[in-house]
Design a protein around this ligand. Structure first.
Ligand SMILES: NC(=O)c1ccc[n+]([C@@H]2O[C@H](COP(=O)([O-])OP(=O)(O)OC[C@H]3O[C@@H](n4cnc5c(N)ncnc54)[C@H](O)[C@@H]3O)[C@@H](O)[C@H]2O)c1
Length: 398
């Protein structure tokens, strides 16, 4: 089995795959479409980050490819539908940078509460601006978390340890951690919170959901943070409320339009405002997060090849499978239409193969069935399964 890792994937990913017996080729940069097609000859696993486009044409021409690891959060650079149609499983690392985002949020709340950007700037400019006015401790402050998912809920726990009273609002019914208080509406949260921080996901319905009305509903002199997605906030409305002094400070890490690469120019209505911390979408950008991404995605690729596990993949049905030593495992992706399982099991019975264990999961278009057997699987049997019209991909493990 061969793996090709592009774009400087963390060395931990490479060593994990080598230890699992893969032959690993690494390249520093991204490849264009034609280079990628050539490089994928005879390769089963592809590891990329955000700059390599895995297009439909690449997938049509990558006959040996079994799985792709996006060693990052986003998967927009991969044609997920075509990958699913070809039975190529795609994994990413959605949780590896959760803690990094939480720590930045905590840091920024303290920076704003102590008005540190102003103190820092003054001293760099040679002015001794020693003053307690407008500086506060965070102990005992009411923190309102909007979106209580991976990041919001971890922030809840860490913030409570610092002495915040935590309130949260989520559109889903989420379990309150620690002593956090669930709010039944965004309005309720805004009426109580002295610091409001957004950690909602990027569903299209969230576009502009936090605008003039929501800023007006925040408590006077409250602080605001957005480390979720740029398009969910109306930053012109935020600017108006910062200039009027209704909002006392803001920390913003994500913007509706962000430059594609390091060093490019950037502009925002929030530039130059007092007590506003602007960061270039670095909430999750730490060395620890990169290391965890390397380990997490490589382990997912290994477990798929060795056991057929597809847990947390982004484009095909999900099965978490234990190892079954001494058995052969048939990995079968198929179109999700009635009768496939019956036909498949009929073929196994015809060849006298007894099924020891079987698991199935389906999505709208695709089905994934994993079958464990003890008997040897003849080429004739495998050919019959492969030639079923619904079969997308068949592989035998062990
Ligand atoms: N700044 C960064 O570098 C960085 C890094 C990682 C993640 N993120 C972003 O942070 C956000 C949160 O990530 P996560 O992993 O916690 O996501 P998640 O999917 O685990 O949690 C999102 C939560 O928001 C809730 N939600 C969605 N819309 C809502 C709304 N309108 N009102 C209230 N609740 C709502 C969902 O029910 C869910 O519980 C995502 O948008 C993600 O893209 C940013």
């Amino acid at each position: 089995m061969k793996a090709l890792l592009l774009e400087n994937v963390h060395p931990l990913g490479e060593s994990l795959l080598r230890d699992a017996g893969f032959e690993v080729e690494t390249r520093v940069g991204a490849l264009d479409e034609d280079e990628l097609i050539e490089a994928l000859e005879g390769v089963q696993l592809l590891g990329i980050r955000s700059k390599t486009e895995v297009t439909a044409r690449v997938l049509e021409n990558a006959a040996s490819l079994e799985a792709i690891g996006a060693f990052c959060i986003g998967t927009n650079q991969i044609d997920l539908d075509v990958a699913a149609q070809k039975g190529v499983v795609v994994f990413n690392a959605p949780f590896s940078n959760t803690r990094s985002v939480v720590e930045l949020a905590i840091a920024e709340i303290i920076i704003m509460a102590r008005r540190l950007t102003e103190k820092d700037r003054a001293l760099h400019d040679g002015v001794w601006f020693k003053d307690a006015k407008g500086s506060h401790e965070v102990r005992g402050r009411r923190l309102g978390i909007v979106g209580y998912g991976n990041i919001g809920s971890q922030l809840s726990v860490v913030a409570e340890m610092l002495g915040f009273k935590v309130y949260f609002y989520d559109t889903d019914d989420k379990l309150a951690l620690g002593n956090a208080t669930r709010c039944s509406s965004l309005e309720e949260l805004l009426s109580v919170a002295e610091v409001v921080t957004l950690h909602v996901d990027g569903r299209s319905g969230n576009a502009g959901f936090f605008g003039a009305e929501q800023f007006a509903a925040m408590r006077p002199r409250a602080l605001f943070l957005n480390l979720s997605r740029g398009f969910v906030v109306d930053y012109d409305a935020l600017k108006t409320h910062l200039e009027s002094g209704h909002i006392a400070g803001a920390a913003v890490d994500v913007f509706p339009e962000e430059p594609k690469s390091k060093g490019e120019p950037f502009s925002s209505p929030l530039q130059g405002l007092a007590n506003v911390v602007l960061t270039p979408h670095i909430g999750g950008s730490t060395e620890e997060a990169q290391e965890d991404i390397g380990r997490f995605v490589a382990a997912k690729l290994r477990d798929y090849i060795q056991r057929g596990s597809t847990t947390l993949n982004v484009n095909l049905p999900s099965l978490n499978l234990p190892e079954r030593p001494g058995q052969h495992r048939l990995i079968h992706f198929h179109q999700n239409v009635p009768g496939v399982l019956a036909r498949m099991n009929g073929i196994l019975a015809e060849h006298g193969v007894n099924i020891e264990g079987q698991m199935l999961d389906t999505s709208a278009e695709s089905g994934y069935v994993v079958t464990d057997v003890v008997s040897q699987l003849s080429e004739a049997l495998l050919d019959q399964l492969r030639s079923m019209p619904e079969t997308i991909r068949l592989r035998v493990v062990n």
